[in-house]
Write a protein that binds this ligand. Structure first.
Ligand code: NAD
Length: 499
């Protein structure tokens, strides 16, 4: 049995708390490693090291910091296969999907190569007589990130790449379910030239998270995970005076207008609903066809596609559309919610409850499910299922469909499929959701835009990656300067415009 480590001060360090968590291979159900769960003392140690290393890194000019990012991109590409395999083994997603996970993080590293440009401040020459005014963006010090299981490469990189490019030290507390790739990412950063102590990985659970939230030496916290924990971390982190951004769960609606290309809409829904076994915060989990005739055509197009989806382990290569879910508890929760949908009267058009995979009976596989005639009062509509389950809610009109997306408490992503530019434009303008797709089912913004939901899908004001991340990981200092003899005329006592 492998024993995992922390990565502190540039070394793999054994856990010291005596507490461990099991790391599973979701395809076989076997425990493949023991993960140490850090105590507050181990967090203290990482913060101490980060605080000692950070000033030197902040004083390294931004172009040199960017060169580390450049080399990091090369190393990520070099090790792509290794990273993807480790990721799939702990998460369960297919190898091409795991490579996409690394790739979408890598693109944020590429964006961060622009740090020298992105960190340039503002300057006003002659803001008053003999007065210049300028602002600069300075790093915060030590930042921490708490990340979910479903993107073990991408989401840590979304956080630590901009944080480090801005001159901060970063402590990552990854998910207990998929810790290998975060450890590999930290090692690779040092191979790229990052000084020891600037990127550290401390594994743990609530105890480590609480130690991070309360630590005086940590200036900012980024969190991605479920909404109840996002809300907890946002509240507690802010109460401890930290800068905090938290991204939570989702229930993403896709509206299908009567004029949509039904084959394209169905293909899009299958990929967006069942890819990664539905374990994506940008998965479409609710299909909203407008009009009964559209709904009937949609269900007819979806049913054969969903029934022919191939579920299996990542080791089966291209033969698999999606893998197992992450834990036995996740599987149980998904099947419980499916049962609640049946009990509440929703029509189970594709029933995956009896799915079994020969040779993998202990794996956490869940078959694909499709519900029709779901209504907003049902638990399967209100809750995030985070599994291969798509719910169809029939809407009588466009306004009714829009209202559904607007009234749901989650607001991460949404999409509309239509050939009508007017409907698409109206939807994009009015819907109260952070990321909108027009004939695009998973509208994840690219690295140079920013990622973030609305409503209970996000807490805090700045988004992830893009220019927002450079704002989140720096603070502005504004200098008003008068040279060379501004004070020789005596002091000024009134607060007045610079005329
Ligand atoms: P999770 O909330 O269970 O865990 C996320 C992190 O929080 C982990 O590092 C975990 O160790 C920690 N944590 C868990 N319970 C805690 C507690 N009681 N106190 C302190 N820390 C705790 O989420 P998950 O199951 O790993 O990930 C799935 C969730 O993440 C889904 O809800 C999904 O929608 C969401 N997600 C959101 C986004 C986004 O950008 N909005 C992206 C990916 C995933």
């Amino acid at each position: 049995m492998q024993e995992q480590t922390h990565y502190i001060g540039g070394e793999h360090v054994k856990g010291g708390s005596g507490r461990f968590a099991d790391v599973f291979n979701p395809a076989t159900g076997e425990v493949q490693a023991q993960l140490p769960l850090a105590s507050a003392a181990e967090i203290d140690r990482a913060v101490e090291i980060a605080q000692a290393a950070q000033p030197g890194w902040a004083a390294t000019n931004p172009q040199r910091r960017a060169r580390v990012m450049m080399e990091y991109v090369r190393l990520l590409n070099r090790d792509m296969d290794k990273l993807a395999e480790a990721l799939s083994r702990e998460h369960g997603k297919t190898i091409p999907d795991a490579k996409g996970d690394v790739q979408r993080g890598l693109e944020v590293v590429e964006f961060c190569i622009g740090a020298p440009h992105l960190l340039k401040g503002e300057y006003t020459d002659g803001a008053g007589p003999g007065i210049d005014m300028y602002s600069m963006r300075q790093p915060l010090g030590v930042s921490a990130g708490i990340t979910p299981f479903n993107f073990p490469a991408m989401i840590p990189m979304w956080m630590f790449a901009p944080a480090i490019a801005c001159g901060n030290a970063f402590i990552l507390k990854p998910s207990e379910r998929a810790p290998s790739v975060p450890l590999m990412l930290a090692e690779l950063m040092e191979e790229a030239g990052l000084p020891k102590g600037i990127l550290q990985v401390v594994n743990g659970d609530k105890e480590a998270v609480d130690a991070i939230l309360e630590h005086e030496g940590i200036a900012s916290i980024g969190f991605v995970g479920s909404t109840p924990i996002a809300q907890y971390i946002y509240g507690k982190g802010c109460a401890h005076g930290k800068r905090v951004q938290c991204f939570g769960g989702a229930k993403n609606h896709m509206i299908i207008m009567p004029d949509a290309d039904m084959d394209k809409a169905a293909d899009a829904l299958v990929g967006a609903g069942y890819g990664a076994a539905g374990e994506r915060c940008m998965a479409i989990s609710v299909a909203v066809p407008v009009g009964d005739e559209t709904a009937d055509r949609l269900i007819a197009a979806l049913k054969p596609r969903i029934e022919s989806l191939k579920v299996g382990p990542y080791t089966s290569g291209d033969d698999v559309d999606f893998g197992p879910v992450v834990t036995a508890a996740a599987k149980e929760n998904i099947l419980k919610l499916v049962q609640s949908g049946v009990d509440a009267g929703a029509e189970l058009v594709v029933d995956g409850r009896d799915f079994r995979l020969q040779g993998y009976e202990n794996g956490f596989f869940v078959g694909a499910h499709l519900f029709d005639r779901v209504t907003p009062d049902m638990e399967i509509y209100r809750k995030e299922i985070f599994g291969p389950v798509l719910s169809t809610v029939r809407a009588g009109s466009y306004e009714e469909a829009l209202k559904l997306a607007m009234d749901h408490e989650m607001g991460n992503g949404t999409a509309i499929f239509t050939r009508d530019g007017d409907a698409a434009r109206d939807f994009a303008n009015r819907v109260n959701v952070g990321m909108v797709g027009i004939n695009v089912p998973i509208p994840v913004p690219l690295a140079y835009h920013s990622f973030g939901g609305w409503k209970k899908s996000a807490f805090g004001d700045l988004n992830q990656h893009g220019t927002d991340s450079f704002k989140f990981y720096t603070r502005t200092k504004t200098v008003t300067a008068r040279w060379p003899s501004g004070i020789k005329d005596g002091g000024e006592f009134n607060f007045k415009p610079m005329d």
